[in-house]
Design a protein around this ligand. Structure first.
Ligand code: AP5
Length: 199
């Protein structure tokens, strides 16, 4: 990959802020590997050979709560290492949801030698926009995920809304690697803001 690009791009944002949408575009446009912990957890849910203890931990996701940290680290760190071995950087899509997780990832980045090549983009939308977007997705695409349910969406927003993102944003702000991206405009405009921030 281009040496000037960061090896790690961390996308923060409330549910429905567009992390997944922008992560896919970053991967297509710049050759990153996509590390979506939500997708990894849903794949685990479908995997008949997965460790039963890991599968039990998925009950939290289905209830709109955060999944145990150790499972997140196991899934995400493995993907980040695989990407590096393939010569690719990683876009972390929702992979960091607490300051405790941010600190653990930081230790891991130091271990694998990418700590100096990380950037964080917070894709920011108002909490009120979340229910509208997720409602539109549900209406257009039907129930695609166990947590695609208006009541569960409210729980996700309670636990993972802007109040929860704030301390993580502050953690990266203090490191001087945070850019806040306005996530309210149409998708292409948000992509343009992300691309601009990467220059
Ligand atoms: P995850 O799958 O990551 O879900 P999420 O964070 O709730 O995010 P979404 O996928 O709903 O939204 P998004 O921000 O990716 O937006 P999207 O691009 O899809 O995680 C699921 C669960 O796994 C969590 O709730 C938790 O239980 C668990 N989990 C995951 N990581 C964890 C961790 N680190 N620790 C503990 N637990 C963890 O867009 C949403 C919709 O809006 C789409 O329809 C899209 O087309 C539309 N849209 C996007 N951008 C725009 C725009 N600019 N304008 C208009 N519409 C837009």
């Amino acid at each position: 990959m281009n040496n000037e690009l960061p090896k790690i791009i961390i996308l923060l944002g409330v549910p429905g802020s567009g992390k997944g949408t922008q992560a896919k575009r970053l991967c297509e446009n710049y050759g990153y590997g996509h590390v979506s912990t939500g997708d990894l957890l849903r794949a685990l849910d479908k995997d008949e050979n997965a460790d039963p203890a890991d599968k039990e931990a998925l009950a939290a996701m289905k209830a709109g709560k955060l999944v145990a940290d150790d499972l997140i680290y196991k899934l995400a760190f493995n993907e980040i290492k695989k990407n590096l071995e393939d010569g690719k950087g990683s876009v972390l899509d929702g992979a960091i949801r607490t300051v405790v997780q941010a600190q653990k990832y930081q230790e891991f980045f130091e271990e694998i030698g990418v700590a100096d090549s990380a950037r964080t983009f917070e894709i920011r939308i108002a909490d009120e926009t979340v229910m509208t977007r997720l409602g539109i997705r549900l209406a257009n695409e039907g129930k695609q995920r166990p947590d695609d349910d208006p009541e569960i969406m409210k729980k996700r927003l309670e636990q993972q809304g802007n109040e929860a993102v704030k301390p993580i944003r502050e953690y990266y702000e203090a490191k001087g690697i945070l850019t806040v991206i306005d996530g309210e405009p149409p998708i292409d405009e948000v992509t343009a803001l992300v691309n601009e921030a990467l220059k």
